[in-house]
Design a protein around this ligand. Structure first.
Ligand code: NAD
Ligand code: ZN
Length: 355
């Protein structure tokens, strides 16, 4: 069992608990759950099928009354109409500020349920129980919650820190392989930006079973890196940008192919490879950084080659991206594996990243 404490700017702090099998021991977490009169579990159909009845039963045993809201799986649920439906349910269940929302699911459930918790009655307590690898190593930590608009992803949101994040690596047993690989792209990202030992460890797995065996430790390392970064920079002013390694180029790839051809993890993998190819050529990154990144991404079945995209279209997507500040783009580059830095690029030069 690993427990990390995440401190936030307003002196609030919350535990991130990473423990194999903890999903079977929620009933024992009385100190957490008995503070609430009611807990509303928000989950999606896939996760509900596997885990909902057990989680409901256990939380109920720990004290509160339990209600559940099951949404359709997939990014399309992270929308205004689904948000409105959840608000309706919360009103129907008479949820007050002494109650809490528990999100049980991947990043979609966490972002959407978290956004409802941040906004309903101007904010009620949130407990995150992430079940996908991406949610366990990334979206459940840091307090960013939000939904998509027709105009783009994550355009409406809030910073709403959870009361607790409860992570059980055993949830991953039922996660489909391609979502597992997607999450591995983010895990590799953490090694790249902040931990050469994690990178080397990930390079060394000959068998998938050995990787799974070490998952508790790997997830804990990723959460610790994310915790350290967001604790220093809760509202994405500076350091938090290092978490975007591979993401600037990745977002363009995802967006150009209308979020259909490449998953988020695949697009980030391409982004990490492409930016490093460029920074090695510029002498910013040590020479072997690129070959190491290609090797690890290929080992995990992730793509590395930037697909053909017309530069005028790339420019269009890039320039409408919210990441530009005063005509400058801040991107994360590696000095070497395990050490990231932020590089400022002027708007006209940004397109060079895609050649
Ligand atoms: P997701 O929530 O859609 O989950 C992927 C799929 O796996 C879904 O079909 C889901 O039903 C299923 N699933 C989840 N856990 C399962 C389990 N244990 N067993 C079986 N099936 C399971 O997607 P995701 O990849 O987890 O998250 C992507 C979302 O996260 C995006 O909306 C993205 O914007 C968001 N995100 C947010 C942050 C943040 O900081 N808030 C960071 C990164 C990503
Ligand atoms: Zn990401």
């Amino acid at each position: 069992m690993k427990e990390l404490i995440c401190k936030t700017e307003n002196m609030h702090q919350y535990p991130i608990i990473i423990e194999k099998g903890i999903k079977g021991r929620l009933a024992q977490m009385k100190a957490l759950f008995s503070q609430y009169h009611k807990v509303v579990i928000i989950t999606d159909k896939n996760v509900a099928k596997e885990y909902l009845s057990d989680v409901e039963r256990q939380v109920r045993q720990a004290g509160p009354k339990v209600y559940s809201i099951v949404i359709p799986p997939g990014e399309a649920s992270k929308c205004l109409s689904q948000t409105a439906e959840i608000y309706d349910e919360l009103v129907k269940c008479n949820i007050t500020r002494s109650d809490a929302i528990l999100t049980l699911g991947g990043g979609v459930v966490g972002d959407l349920g978290g956004f409802c918790a941040a906004t309903y009655l101007r904010g009620i307590d949130l407990i995150q129980v992430p079940t996908s690898l991406l949610a366990q190593v990334d979206s459940s930590v840091g307090g960013k919650v939000g939904i998509d608009l027709d105009y783009g992803k994550n355009l409406v949101g809030a910073f709403h820190q959870p009361k607790a994040v409860i992570i059980d690596p055993l949830f991953l047993e039922t996660l489909e392989d391609h979502y597992m690989i997607d999450g591995m792209a983010e895990v590799i990202k953490y090694g790249c930006i902040s931990s050469a030992p994690l990178f080397v460890k990930l390079m060394g797995y000959a068998y998938y079973e050995d990787l799974v065996e070490d998952m508790e430790e790997i997830i804990a390392k990723c959460c610790q890196i994310k915790r350290d970064v967001v604790q220093t920079d809760e509202h994405e002013q500076g350091l938090r940008r290092i978490l975007n390694f591979g993401h600037t180029i990745g977002h363009v790839v995802e967006s150009y192919f209308k979020f259909k051809k490449y998953s988020h993890g695949e697009a980030v993998a391409i982004g990490m490879a492409q930016i490093t190819k460029k920074t090695v050529a510029e002498g910013i990154s040590q020479k072997d950084t690129y070959t190491n990144i290609i090797e690890i991404l290929e080992n995990y079945g992730l793509p590395t080659e930037l697909p053909k995209m017309p530069l005028d279209k790339v420019q269009e997507i890039l320039f409408t991206d919210k990441k530009f500040e005063n005509d400058s783009l801040y991107i994360c580059a590696l000095e070497k594996i395990g050490k990231a830095q932020i590089v400022k690029i002027q708007k006209p030069q940004a397109i060079e990243l895609f050649r």
